[in-house]
Ligand binder design. Structure first.
Ligand SMILES: Nc1ncnc2c1ncn2[C@@H]1O[C@H](COP(=O)(O)OP(=O)(O)OP(=O)(O)O)[C@@H](O)[C@H]1O
Ligand SMILES: [Mg+2]
Length: 504
């Protein structure tokens, strides 16, 4: 058997291809950013053809750099930014419109209308999600209603819908020449169109958005040795079976080997995503969390998760860099924040696109509160790091309330975890230890694990579990009083951001 597994990680800001060996160690990677298309306030788009081009380039160049070819890969896994939606023409592969990204809020009125009557409750119950601009279905409805010819093509069966996993699988397996139109249970669980118990598209939900069933991909397990086909081998991508597909946050859950109920991980990237494995039991949230599929391996029962999704964490650091210009690179925030011992009473709530979990308030907008003449850039930098941690605390508390599980150690990964001060603050604000693994690229690793399980490259979850190793750990240092008072201030600051945007 070939010695390596490949993984495509198609993220919000970049696409990377990584190659892992049997120990789960990285042997190659290449990564390329793509353009963030921002046509107006609240709208965020990507060009699907640019992403497909980047994907082919990073696969080819990562292999070349490592002196490998496709025949060295036993299988490929694909993981992706979730919810971001594309509708394209199956005859040509041309998208009808740019991809509408998960952060895009143009479908606010669609989401609000659903919540104005009992359809909102139906969506919550069947899909495990609150109606929100975040999820795919409203984005697809928007394209069908606003792009000439899209609805007719969808009714005829010529228009296909897919999230990024589906777009890449279809293109990698031949595109207009026999491409496979498929998705996995984790990605499907983010559309508002799948029933979490049947793991199938639901006609009532499809009716809410007026989406023709024939434009939807087939839903398969996250780890499957045949359903996703074999790459067609164009442009140096080689003929390799695709045997793992799962959304980025679910992939990180797998990469962090959270295979037991009660195990959780928190990923700090553009946003933050805390997922708690709830086993084969579907836990419905009463505290503003999502119920989602964590993974399904082969013919085994699906494993569910509770998820707390936070829209703005690492991207608040980018905002300090790009919009305010108080740092010139993300890594500078640590030194700036370390110039002061505390935030000097400042709180920053980065509710740029409303607040996601556990609040789900699209009428919220960002606020910096508690300012006095004394405050400096350093206080704001520190308040930004604390905001990342307080938002995670909000979600962790909701998780305990929903599941009764108190997280004993928080497993972390993602770009922001390079910031040691931020991780120390997280331990302080949560009051539990924070632990980071040796392989920080857990998203790509999880996709590789899913693919490798299906291909027989790894024997099972026990073998994967044995590969996890801790690299760093942070213990809480704040007193209980400090933790309580700090959090009380945060809750007051969040209150100040609500009811800001007038509902039309
Ligand atoms: N030292 C640092 N301190 C704080 N934040 C940081 C630091 N380094 C990177 N970041 C933030 O981490 C984020 C990138 O994290 P990561 O690389 O995990 O995201 P990503 O997986 O590429 O994102 P996506 O999947 O959304 O494309 C950026 O928002 C950046 O601002
Ligand atoms: Mg990512």
């Amino acid at each position: 058997m070939a010695d390596f597994i490949g993984a495509v990680d198609q993220g919000t800001t970049s696409t990377r291809f990584m190659v892992f060996d049997h120990d789960g160690a990285e042997v190659a990677r290449h990564q390329l950013e793509h353009e963030q298309v921002l046509p107006r306030a609240g709208w965020v788009e990507h060009n699907p053809l640019e992403i497909w081009d980047r994907t082919q380039t990073v696969i080819g160049s990562a292999l070349t750099r490592a002196g490998l070819s496709g025949s060295d890969l036993a299988a490929i896994g694909i993981t992706n930014q979730r919810e971001t939606s594309i509708v394209w023409d199956r005859r040509t592969g041309r998208p009808f419109h740019n991809a509408i990204v998960w952060q895009d809020t143009r479908t606010d009125s669609i989401a609000k209308a659903l919540d104005a009557d009992e359809r909102g409750q139906t969506i919550r119950h069947k899909a495990g999600l609150p109606p929100a601009t975040y999820f795919s279905a409203g984005k697809v409805q928007w394209i069908l209603e606003n792009v000439d010819g899209a609805r007719e093509a969808a009714e005829r069966g010529d228009a296909l819908f897919g999230t990024l996993d589906t777009w890449l699988v279809w293109n990698l397996t031949g595109g207009p020449r026999g491409g496979i139109h498929a998705t996995d249970v984790t990605n499907a669980s983010r559309t508002m169109l799948m029933d979490l118990t049947t793991l199938d598209w639901d006609d009532e939900l499809l009716g809410f958005f007026d989406i023709p069933r024939r434009m939807l991909p087939d839903i398969h397990a996250s780890s499957d040795d045949t359903a996703y086909g074999t790459t067609s081998g164009e442009r140096g991508t080689a003929k390799v079976p695709i045997t793992g597909v799962l959304g980025d946050q679910q992939a990180a859950t797998v990469g962090q080997v959270c295979f037991e109920p009660g195990e959780a991980k928190n990923t700090y990237g553009t946003g933050n995503f805390l997922l708690l494995n709830t086993g084969t039991e579907l836990v419905r949230s009463e505290n503003g969390l999502l119920t989602t599929v964590a993974y399904q391996f082969g013919s085994a029962a699906p494993v569910y998760a509770l998820e707390g999704s936070i829209a703005v964490t690492g991207s608040a650091v980018q905002w300090l860099r790009d919009q305010l210009g108080i740092i010139s690179g993300a890594s500078e925030i640590e030194g700036l924040a370390a110039q002061v011992d505390d935030t000097g009473g400042v709180y920053f709530v980065p509710a740029f696109s409303g607040l996601f979990a556990p609040y789900w308030r699209s009428d919220a907008r960002g606020a910096i509160v508690g300012l006095s003449r004394f405050n400096t850039n350093a206080h704001l930098a520190r308040a930004t790091l604390e905001a990342i941690c307080y938002q995670s605390r909000d979600v962790a508390d909701a998780m305990t309330a929903d599941s009764g599980v108190r997280i004993e150690t928080l497993r972390v990964d993602g770009g922001v975890t390079a910031n040691r001060l931020c991780m120390q603050l997280q331990a302080d604000i949560l009051g539990v230890p924070v632990s980071k693994p040796v392989v920080a690229e857990t998203t790509a690793l999880g996709a590789a694990y899913a693919a490798g399980l299906a291909a027989g490259f790894w024997s099972g979850t026990e073998e994967l579990r044995s590969k996890w190793a801790e690299a760093e750990r942070w213990e809480p240092q704040w007193s209980d009083d400090q933790r309580r008072d700090g959090y009380a201030g945060w809750r007051k600051a969040v209150e100040r951001t609500l009811d800001w945007v007038d509902v039309d």
